[in-house]
Design a protein around this ligand. Sequence first.
Ligand code: FRU
Length: 479
Amino acid sequence: KLYHEQYRPQIHFSPKSGWMNDPNGMVYYKGVYHLFYQHYPDGIVWGPMHWGHATSKDMIHWKEQKIALYPDKLGYIFSGSAVIDVNNTSGFGKNGKVPMVAIFTHHDPVGEKAGKDNFQNQSIAYSLDEGKTWTKYAGNPVLKNPGIKDFRDPKVYWYEPQHKWIMTLATKDRITFYSSPNLKTWKKESEFGEHLGAHGGVWECPDLFPMTLKGKQHWVLIVNINPGGPNGGSATQYFIGDFNGKTFTPMNENVKWADFGPDEYAGITWSNTGNRRIFLGWMSNWEYANQVPASTWRSTMTIPRELGLKEVNGEVYLTSTPAKELASIAIKSINVPTAILANGRDVASFIKMPSYYRLKLSAAKEDLFINLFNDAGESLVIGYNKKSDRYFIERDKSGKTDFNKNFSKLAYVPRFSGQETLDVDIVVDGTSVEMFADGGLSNLTSIFFAAKPYNHISIQTAKGSVVNKVSITPLKSIW
Ligand code: FRU
């Protein structure tokens, strides 16, 4: 195994060393998924930002590559996106080589210190060798700050009906849309959200893309926010509506969250994946990201998630479920006979329990407790509370928790599904659980710092209530 340190996730991407936050520049090209990320190679706390780089054929097994973008005289390299400029609108292509273009925020720490308000500007860079080497554009920045302190995280999308690029930019308490014929000159189109959605913090890392539900096209606008998440700290909200190349019009005003957290943040989707929409987030929370136990690296990404749309009682929701590629590390599933689950018995005394796994079950809509525990006496509970009609994750006894007082808080997600039975799908690594309930309508992601993997499970239900179809799929280490 390449990595086997304490707290090293075995089925999620983490960098070899140094600090990592947001996923950046995710783009699919010639059979390879590229993942760039906010990276500080010289320390394990947030610092001068670079774009780290990793590649994968399945978004599960990753190969870390050389750092793609280094800070320069215009500043640190903050979050952004990447596109494949097939029509060579940028003119960066040479000898028929299609340019991969990165669009990112240059954050000038000197201007910030001096108390200026224009220290974040948008810049571009291109690669003609599939992301291996990068050239920053000499005309940077391409979009200058008009005097808004928080002016960052460009996500760029090719809007085919009008043959132009659309940039979705987080601008403090709203989204500003810009358009461009060539990625070099940008024109403001509209603003969205000053009076809509959650506003408990600054808007960051947005994304905009179309999805189809029953033959009808909808546009999904993702807006990450820090703080102000439903379980405290940072989280990913979204809007569903329409986009006409200029303005985004939401279908309704309810606040919605792709994942109730606490540990999925800055999540956005891959570019250039055709009809698939695959989402990846940073598996931490700004509330304690710099304090979690760490040795030579800090932080992890979530499992890649396939997005979908689902209508419930006339309302359209975004759903997230583990991407099918997770099967590439799956070993044959074990169906757990429900009889052995009675009275909260330990599943490990009946079957050989893996350290990392996917657990699926369905159960009656009654109180439910799924206890994951280890040989070190640490445990984490995932469950459903009938009275409040919410799922929850309790991690106060999950291992190390004393580095931040908010870490032990109970996390909740309401149930949105109209289905009678609970449907729970959980991905368990050595340091995280990701719960996708009811087909990905109610999601919770939670990290933990246990001394040993949770290779024991016991399930408790309300008296007389049944759990059925319990399956455990062992997952192999990706390293
Ligand atoms: C979100 C964020 C972005 C910014 C980056 C800096 O987590 O704050 O808004 O570009 O991280 O590392």
